[in-house]
Design a protein around this ligand. Sequence first.
Ligand code: FAD
Length: 416
Amino acid sequence: MRYSGFKVIKEALTGHRGWGPAWRDATPQASYDYVIIGGGGHGLATAYYLAKEFKQARIAVLEKGWIGGGNVGRNTTIIRSNYLLDGNEPFYEFSLKLWEGLEQDLNYNAMVSQRGILNLIHTDAQRDAFIRRGNAMMLNGADADLLSTAQIVARYPFLNVNDARFPIKGGLAQHRGGTVRHDAVAWGYARAADQRGVDIIQNCEVTGFRIENGTCLGVETSRGFIGAKKVGACVAGSSSRLMSHAGMRLPIESHVLQAFVSEGLKPVLPGVITFGAGHFYCSQSDKGGLVFGGDIDGYNSYAQRGNLPVVEDVCEGGMAIFPMIGRARLLRMWGGIMDMSMDGSPIIDHTHIKGLYFNGGWCYGGFKATPASGFVYAHLLATDTPHPTATAYRFDRFAKGLMIDEKGMGNQPNLH
Ligand SMILES: Cc1cc2nc3c(=O)[nH]c(=O)nc-3n(C[C@H](O)[C@H](O)[C@H](O)COP(=O)(O)OP(=O)(O)OC[C@H]3O[C@@H](n4cnc5c(N)ncnc54)[C@H](O)[C@@H]3O)c2cc1C
């Protein structure tokens, strides 16, 4: 069934009796060519591109809970490609280009909104750093625009520009950045993958790997053994727990990141604003809620909920730059588990076990990467070679000292 405006009108006039389930509730088969572990955005996108771009078949996605229940349905929906380093920028720009055509490709309304993103500048040194970043972005074919304080005030008159702890001295804008309805991304990829024959199997937790003579033969699950020629791990915040079943210790720590939403307001915020100096960022959802967040909770955890000190810290950051937020009531908050890597950049690589591949270490920036992550992981799984935009995302970069450290913070996961 194709979705269209015509279909919506027809269903409205005929009592909405013609809609079917968006994807099948598949029963696990004894074996597949490809088993993808994790029904988040990245796992579902990988399965979709394996089928569509690389013409592969006999693919299953195994999800321990329900699809969209992980970080893909918990994030603050921001997409952008404003990275500095050569290891990252081409990959994230590839992802932004995929977002731009995603809804037509999937035939699904994911509410891709290129409303723009603005990184605020507070010091002359920060301006220098952002000019360098903007130039790196443009060299890689992305858009970047250095805005003056006057231009920012014209667009965002409510920002505390002069009287603030961090006076605003300009900003780096990426007008093609924006937001996407997060769980619709999971549903859109799931539906499109299902239409290409992918089995999406929910309530199926992977509890182990069957490894013989250095080769992965399949996975042990809560619904029995499932054989596979190739297994792709893609479980974000649960990466270290999952890969421990294969005897692997990853260069990843798990931390909680919280998100917040206010009551619905009339349109006040036309784009995404990030206030890095105060660990605060904000956008407005199409329902009117201010969606905002800040830093990770500072301790390791696998719990999908956060703690109150960070609530206070984030709200303080918001008040410092955006005083009118104090008049809005906080409606909801929630948390997700972040797979924080040593250098803040992801890993998309084969493991030392034949037939077992790994995708993870997305930290708190993996939503924007969803289309490209799926595409390049499918490329790696299908061809056993890395995609040209993802050659740096290897395990051995930590041993070789080839870190992709955007923040320049060194090997400390909670600082990235
Ligand atoms: C509060 C918050 C705000 C964020 N904001 C942004 C943002 O604005 N922009 C951005 O780019 N990124 C953001 N992120 C990060 C982004 O959400 C993640 O990096 C990204 O979603 C991770 O990939 P995923 O979608 O595949 O993960 P998930 O959706 O977490 O998918 C992993 C899946 O694996 C499943 N799983 C785990 N273990 C097993 C197992 N043993 N067997 C089977 N299945 C298993 C889980 O149930 C889960 O569904 C944010 C994250 C959070 C929590």
